[in-house]
Design a protein around this ligand. Structure first.
Ligand code: ATP
Ligand code: MG
Length: 403
């Protein structure tokens, strides 16, 4: 016989709960004269005589299972090959596997056999079968055994994973759509904030300034004898002054004009100073180069990420010192915020309800970037943000056919 690999005639499989199934090894044995069937022995409480052959197991699998040699010749195949390809196993023994499975005269482009043979290790690949338009998972496992004439034997499985791939693709698409939607909503929100900030600042601000001028006119025209009136005008003047400051603060909080006027570095510096003024925390900011001015949308994304990280420090870290560094390197911007507080806990990093952190990651990932957060108990938290520069279209490289 040309191919003397035992498969169908494997021993009965006796499953022992202590030792586990032992019969899989029979797959790789060369054919021996069949031993006379032993009588069912007295089985202990943990031993079950299942009278199961390896071929029964392999035939029960719904995907292709084969033994092949290193030149891609089929040595044995399970029932799935027979039923799904509509061939008789006997007719494909010794045939060229790429022809039988893919209808090709040469190895399939994603065939893992060469690599598995070279490395002597299992290789598994998922790839699109262009002939059938189906996604396939092809795996090769060296058996460590050889045929009688010295050709190495490999265990080969091929399964159709099209449904899984389509589900993955749908999931990916819907995730991308959700991300785009959320970013779109964010940008609409940002636009609204900008308009609102401008209107509040310009309209309300100029009205109040007008009122202040009028009050100052009135103040000049009240005499000392009108003491009460004079006091009222003064207090109104002070109130209007306070209202002007409030208007400025609200409009700046909505969208800091410095971000649009002077750029990202200036805006982050301003934000750090603002927080230092309002809290007991010391903020140090460095930017290299001194002025980093990416496009408006990227600036907004990085600024909002930074704002969230700094707000988190103020709210949760119990820190006394914060270092913020902004760097522009070839093709990317790196923002690093480190505090000396209690250190973010692991459970918060993977919390699906940590929307502040999720928002930071989503904003960065929209631009093809990432946010890494690390907390050390009692020693603080480091938030490192990397955002690539360059066009966004090139960032989301689509996955290739083979992986
Ligand atoms: N710098 C930090 N130091 C210590 N703990 C932090 C730090 N930043 C975040 N955390 C922890 O991680 C949690 C999640 O942060 P996240 O920003 O997602 O939510 P939040 O700040 O509580 O609420 P919000 O949705 O308003 O941002 C926080 O509640 C806090 O416990
Ligand atoms: Mg937060």
């Amino acid at each position: 016989m040309l191919y003397d690999v035992d498969w169908s005639g494997a021993d009965d499989m006796k499953h022992n709960a202590k030792t586990g199934p032992a019969a899989l090894g029979a797959l790789h044995r060369t054919k021996r004269p069949r031993k006379p069937q032993k009588k069912a022995v007295k089985d202990g409480p943990n031993s079950i005589d299942m009278r199961l052959k390896v071929s029964d197991i392999l035939d029960a699998l719904p995907f292709y299972v084969m033994l092949i040699d290193e030149q891609h010749h089929i040595l044995q195949a399970n029932r799935a090959v027979q039923t799904q390809l509509g061939v008789n196993v006997k007719d494909i023994i010794a045939k060229y596997c790429p022809t039988v499975i893919h209808g090709l005269d040469e190895p399939w482009y994603a065939c893992p056999l060469e690599e598995a043979a070279k490395k002597g290790q299992p290789v598994e690949r998922e790839a699109l079968d262009r002939q059938s338009g189906r996604w396939v998972r092809s795996a090769i496992y060296p058996t460590g055994k050889s045929t009688a004439d010295g050709r190495r034997i490999f265990f080969h499985t091929v399964s159709d994973i099209t449904d899984r791939k389509q589900a993955e693709e749908q999931l990916r698409t819907s995730r991308e759509e959700l991300r785009d939607l959320s970013l779109h909503l964010e940008s609409v929100r940002e636009e609204e904030r900008t308009n609102l900030a401008r209107e509040i600042h310009d309209e309300l601000g100029s009205l109040l300034t007008g009122l202040k001028i009028e009050l100052s006119w009135l103040a000049k025209r009240t005499s000392r004898e009108q003491g009460l009136l004079q006091a009222k005008v003064k207090s109104m003047y002070e109130l209007v002054d306070e209202a002007i400051q409030t208007v400025k603060r609200i409009s700046t909080e909505l969208r800091p004009g410095v971000l649009d006027d002077l750029g990202l570095s200036a805006a982050i510096e301003w934000q750090s100073q603002e927080l230092e003024r309002r809290t007991e925390i010391k903020f140090e900011f460095t930017s290299s180069p001194k002025d980093i001015v990416p496009d408006r949308d990227r600036s907004t994304a990085i600024f909002r990420i930074c704002q969230e990280a700094l707000t988190n420090v103020v709210r949760h870290a119990d820190a006394t010192n914060v270092k913020v560094t902004l760097k522009e390197e070839t093709g990317r911007i790196i923002l690093r915020i480190s505090d000396n507080g209690r250190g973010i806990e692991q459970k918060h990093l993977s919390d699906p309800k940590a929307f502040g952190l999720i928002g930071m990651r989503e904003r960065a990932s929209f631009w093809g970037g990432e946010v890494k957060i690390k907390g050390t108990p009692g020693r603080g938290t480091v938030v490192a943000v990397t955002i690539p520069l360059g066009s966004r279209e090139n960032l989301n490289a689509k996955n290739t056919n083979c992986r």
